[in-house]
Design a protein around this ligand. Structure first.
Ligand SMILES: [Fe+2]
Ligand SMILES: [Fe+2]
Length: 261
């Protein structure tokens, strides 16, 4: 089974990349399931019902999230009513929504999708390590094919979580930094890993935002409005090939594709 993961979709350019490239990627690579991180998909901050709908209609099966979860008020509607929308599992008890879900396309095995958020250089949440162990245990009662989007800042935290889950999940791919790393590998237990998938959106930018305001902020520390940039739009992420019966990864390949025009 083949899974395409799309790293952080940023604003309208990111959604355009998804609409233009996902149908072709699905066909060309015979993809069974598409998971995309949508935390920055609405104007670069958060997600709305409409932007989620646009992403789903482009051929994305499951949308994950991260620390920008709450940036748009409407997200509550997605959390409460959209089974294809997953938020980090390790929010405290009582927060609406789900941290994992099961997905099955016709005639294909069930896939578990789990979203977690890191705690190093990030807002405090419950422990993603203990949370992951318990949730993976629960998901494995239904399927051995499990994909984890670990939304975290620190490379060490991402490697550590993936090492902890080696042999228990099919793949761990990091998101949040918006910079794709070149460390794709399969650990001895059969878990594919990529520290960060990058981001889907305008790369003539500073991690998706217009360059000038970000520079002014660094140079003066005065608050600036960070608009989503527009140039050199790319779709980034990875394709993971997984053994249907064992749930172990067979290959992982980075994706970094330019949108024409
Ligand atoms: Fe992001
Ligand atoms: Fe983030």
């Amino acid at each position: 089974m083949r899974l395409l993961f799309i790293a952080d979709i940023v604003g309208q350019p990111g959604r355009r990349a998804v609409t233009e490239l996902v149908p072709r990627l699905r066909r060309e690579h015979r993809i069974d399931v598409v998971v995309a991180n949508g935390e920055n998909s609405a104007g670069g901050s958060g997600i709305t019902v409409k932007t989620a709908e646009e992403i789903f209609s482009a051929g994305v099966d499951i949308i994950t999230s991260g620390d920008h979860l709450w940036d748009q008020k409407e997200v509550v509607q997605l959390l409460e009513h959209e089974p294809r929308f997953v938020r980090p599992l390790n929010y405290p008890a009582g927060v609406p929504g789900r941290g994992s879900t099961l997905f099955q396309s016709e005639g294909r095995p069930t896939v578990g999708i789990l979203n977690l958020q890191g705690r190093t250089f990030m807002p405090p949440l419950d422990c993603p390590f203990h949370g992951a162990l318990a949730e993976v245990e629960r998901l494995r009662r239904n399927t051995k094919i499990i994909f984890v989007d670990f939304h975290a800042e620190a490379t060490s935290e991402k490697v550590a979580l993936a090492r902890l889950l080696d042999g228990r999940v099919s793949a761990v791919i990091g998101t949040h930094t918006h910079v794709q790393t070149a460390d794709e590998q399969i650990f001895p237990g059969g878990t594919a890993f990529l520290c960060d998938g990058g981001f889907t959106g305008p790369h003539e930018s500073i991690i998706g935002r217009e360059i000038e305001p970000v520079l002014r902020r660094f140079l003066t520390n005065a608050p600036q409005k960070f608009e989503v940039a527009s140039g050199r739009v790319m779709l980034e992420g990875a394709i993971v090939e997984i053994d249907d019966t064992t749930g172990k990864a067979l290959s992982i390949r980075r994706v970094s594709e330019a949108v024409a025009g």
